[in-house]
Design a protein around this ligand. Structure first.
Ligand code: ZN
Length: 403
């Protein structure tokens, strides 16, 4: 009997422990896909991964029948979710599904319109109100004005003409227009975006819409010469909508989808759509105007990842992991104990037999300004290595003078 009680106790304890480790996500997201002139089989799993990476969302994917299939069978239960992500551009939904979607937004559900999602449903009035602006699908002046920036003013342009175009794919600069909006707050005012289609000439009802960021469609590349809307928010009923025109997907990802600018604004926009606020930290690898920043594996950078990479570094490789490590030290180390934590991790690389000399040089450079007596013995050991002698002696001299 006693033994049984003990077993139950241990079981209960381990269950409690297990539950406390498995903190469940706060919000449920549904990614709607299954038809698109884009590679939805590539993009949808990435969008799911990006949402779940925030720790805020769990995400399901609802896949429609193939083009020309029986759309009466497509009835996702939006009401079970806090967020719907539209990665869909295909056959019309049935009336019941359309009504359920509008009801979901009216009641305060969040929506993210992703890239070609804004091409869909040209005939569906409510969807276009939710979307704000759309393109293609024979959209013209009948669907609403063009909306864009010229110099520093927003222009609502009712000129006759097609809706939707884009020049050849290229890298371009995204520029914040409402920098204090929670989605953009703390991000650079301008950053360079991975090669993408710069959606232009979008038109639509644009009711209750704010343009958060634009990109200049350069005429030399066949663009419109306007600052075209890239990131928008729309209010519809009690719902909040985040609309990103960015993120064209290639096989396995591609520079538009892998762009940290796309990833972070998508993640922040999704949180804002469900809660009206953004709690996510801005990562150190967010791009600036000088260079595009990509995450080919869609993973957030971590200290462990930085150190592992630096251990394999040679001068032909990217230094972005080293830059990330430097940023972590500068922004995260507040106390001597914090500095020691970083210092100890770096000493391990100096002492590692597998780590490359080029990787060790980066570490020596960093330790030369932030190291302490703690790292001096490991640095001294490297003086006998002809490749590292100069760097090690330099670091030792700097450490000695900084006392
Ligand atoms: Zn595209």
């Amino acid at each position: 009997m006693k033994k049984q009680y003990l077993l139950i106790f241990v079981l209960a304890l381990s269950l409690t422990f297990f539950n406390s480790c498995q903190k469940s996500a706060e919000y449920k997201a549904l990614i709607v896909t299954g038809q698109n002139n884009h590679k939805w089989k590539e993009s949808s799993p990435v969008l799911k991964k990006l949402l779940e990476q925030t720790g805020l969302f769990s995400a399901d994917i609802a896949t429609s029948p193939e083009k020309g299939g029986d759309m009466n069978t497509f009835n996702p239960d939006f009401s079970k979710y806090n967020l719907v992500v539209v990665d869909y551009n295909g056959d019309s939904w049935n009336e019941k599904t359309k009504a359920a979607f509008v009801d979901f937004v009216n009641k305060g559900g969040g929506v993210v319109i992703y890239h070609a999602g804004n091409n869909s449903f040209p005939e569906w009035k409510e969807f276009n109100l939710i979307c704000g602006l759309g393109g293609w699908g024979n959209r013209t002046e009948k669907d609403g004005p063009y909306v864009y920036y010229k110099k520093d003013s927003m222009i609502i342009d009712t000129t006759v003409g097609r809706g939707g175009s884009h020049a050849k794919r290229h890298e371009f600069e995204v520029r914040a227009r409402i920098a204090e909006h929670p989605i953009l707050k703390g991000l650079p005012m301008r950053w360079r975006h991975g090669s993408d289609e710069l959606y232009s000439q979008l038109r639509g009802p644009a009711k209750n819409m704010e343009i958060l960021a634009t990109a200049y469609a350069d005429t030399t590349g066949g663009g419109t010469g306007r600052d075209e809307p890239m990131l928008m928010t729309i209010k519809y009923g009690n719902g909040r909508i985040f609309h990103t025109a960015l993120g064209h997907a290639d096989d396995g990802g591609g520079p538009a989808l892998e762009c940290v600018g796309f990833i972070v604004t998508f993640q922040r926009g999704a949180e804002w759509a469900v809660s009206g606020k953004v709690t996510q930290k801005i990562p150190y690898d967010f791009p600036n105007v000088a260079a595009v920043s990509l995450r080919p594996d869609f993973k957030e950078m971590t200290l462990e990842g930085d150190l592992a990479y630096i251990g394999t570094y040679d001068i032909t490789k990217s230094t972005k992991y080293f830059t990330d490590l430097q940023s972590r030290i500068r922004y995260e180390a507040k106390t001597p104990q914090d500095y020691q934590k970083f210092e100890k991790a770096m000493i391990k690389i100096l002492q590692s037999k597998e780590a490359t000399d080029d990787g060790k040089k980066l570490i020596l450079h960093e330790l030369s300004w932030m190291g302490s007596d703690l790292s001096a013995p490991a640095i001294k050991d490297l003086v006998s290595n002809a490749q590292l002698k100069d760097d090690a002696e330099f670091a030792l001299a700097r450490l000695a003078t900084s006392k």
